[in-house]
Ligand binder design. Structure first.
Ligand code: EPZ
Length: 420
């Protein structure tokens, strides 16, 4: 198994390119199921989760050509609608094939994803939405079996809770449904916007893109013909490198970023004393040697993202004063706290709130990654910790960060990938 070895204390400098967004590429790949023609995808991040979802499509009979950041997917040859446990258990986001498979073929079986390190993560809202659209759903033998032999019907879906994946599954299902679907309390993340625009550019009438009420006129099971899709920049990857600059008191430039998508992170880093120079899709951050404490609460877009909570906690360990961080989306997304404390931070947890108290220094140690963003927080802490930090179980990082050690090395960090 690989691990990352980081010798802390080096300032970063220079520029790197931000990759395509994993969390946009995944629903975009799932949406290709709505078509029986080849679809070209560019600016894919070169990460394991993308390879996993493309592999699932191949298992279902699709023709997939994939080379690092580009892929052509032809789902015209798909001959199975069963998303098997072996793949779904590796990646929860495989549940995103449920809506498009059901909408196009009128039936499918998808393994139940189960819980994960950050929380229970139920899919009840995905299922309720599809049932409201006329699907019959049964859970048996660890699989969700969904049927709608006459196709899905447009419906008014009111989500009790804002759900990114639930909104995505419903948008995809609605695209091929008979009639009009309205999604109320829809998620507004940039990844949802990209998915809706992809579907709209195939000729489907989609209204309210980027708002909490989306209306979609379905094609009545007529497959879509997509234009090539270029994946948007990864706002969480960009935010993570901003945090890398902040924690090491450095000046770093990020190319190919959408500043609007990371406004919440920029605002918090500004409040901590960092300054920004933003020019189109290029952002330069300059940190401060006296970072101020931060107070943040995770919430849905455009609020502060849960996917940046762990990285900000790492930065907060270097602030002068006590920071308060509240996690409102996932009940168990503080697994990084005990690992950060192994590096010498002083973080106290009470329920969903963490108090990060100032410490003079962090010290290198062996730490274990528990989920994707927790892992990147440990890497960030390793960049400032005195001595050597070994971050183990980095397969979590490989799922979602494209060439993390290569990009950090290019900025001057002392980081290398080794084998246990
Ligand atoms: C997406 O997960 C992202 N994953 C997550 O990123 C991200 O943390 C999350 O959205 C929130 O922004 C992908 O896009 C592939 P949700 P998703 O449904 O869609 C509850 C990362 O690190 N809920 O918006 O699974 C749920 O438990 C990952 O890249 C239900 O109760 O998140 C949570 O509390 C991790 N029932 C809240 O809603 C449901 O049916 C939001 O979850 C669905 C969700």
């Amino acid at each position: 198994m690989d691990y990352l070895q980081i010798t802390g204390g080096t300032k970063l400098s220079g520029a790197i390119d931000i990759s395509g967004a994993k969390n946009s590429a995944l629903p975009v790949i799932a949406a290709t199921i709505l078509s029986d023609q080849p679809v070209e995808l560019t600016n894919l991040p070169n990460v394991v989760d993308i390879r996993t979802l493309l592999k699932l499509l191949s298992i279902l009979g699709s023709e997939v050509e994939h080379n690092e950041t580009v892929a052509t997917v032809n789902n015209g040859t798909m001959n199975s609608t069963k998303a098997v446990y072996e793949i779904v258990s590796k990646m929860r986001a495989s549940i995103l094939v449920l809506g498009p498979l059901l909408a196009r073929f009128g039936e499918c079986e998808v393994s139940l994803p189960g819980g994960c390190a950050i929380g229970q993560r139920p899919i009840d809202l995905h299922l309720k939405a599809l049932e409201a659209m006329g699907a019959t759903i049964e859970i048996k033998g660890g699989y969700v079996r969904a049927e709608a032999p006459e196709g899905l019907k447009g419906a008014k879906i009111v989500f009790d809770k804002i759900t990114v994946g639930g909104t995505e599954n419903t948008v995809m299902a609605a695209a091929l449904a008979h009639g009009t679907t309205t999604i109320v309390n829809a998620a507004k993340e940039p990844e949802i916007v990209q998915l809706c625009e992809m579907i709209a550019s195939a000729g489907v009438k989609v209204e309210g893109i980027g708002t909490s009420e989306i209306t979609i006129e379905g094609t009545g099971q007529k497959p879509l013909v997509f234009k090539p899709v270029e994946i948007i920049p990864d706002r969480i990857e960009a935010g993570t490198y901003l945090c890398a600059a902040a924690i090491t008191n450095s000046t770093v430039t990020l190319n190919r970023v959408n500043a609007t998508h990371i406004q919440a992170s920029i605002d918090k880093l500004e409040a901590m004393g960092c300054s920004f120079d933003i020019n189109d899709d290029v952002i330069t951050i300059t940190s401060s040697d006296r970072l101020k404490p931060v107070s943040l609460i995770t919430t849905e877009y455009p609020g502060f993202p849960t996917d940046m909570q762990a990285q900000f906690m790492a930065v907060a360990t270097m602030a002068i004063g006590e920071s308060v961080i509240e996690e409102r989306l996932f009940e168990n997304r503080f697994m990084h706290v005990s690992e950060l404390n192994r590096l010498g931070s002083d973080i106290w947890l009470k329920g969903s709130v963490a108090a990060v108290r100032p410490v003079a220094e962090l010290y290198g140690a062996d730490v274990m990654a528990t989920d994707l963003r927790a892992s990147s927080a440990l890497v960030l802490a390793g960049l400032v910790a005195k001595g050597v930090t070994n971050v183990h179980r980095i397969y979590h990082l490989d799922r979602g960060y494209d060439n993390l050690e290569g990009k950090l090395s290019a900025l001057g960090a002392n980081i290398q990938r080794l084998s246990e």
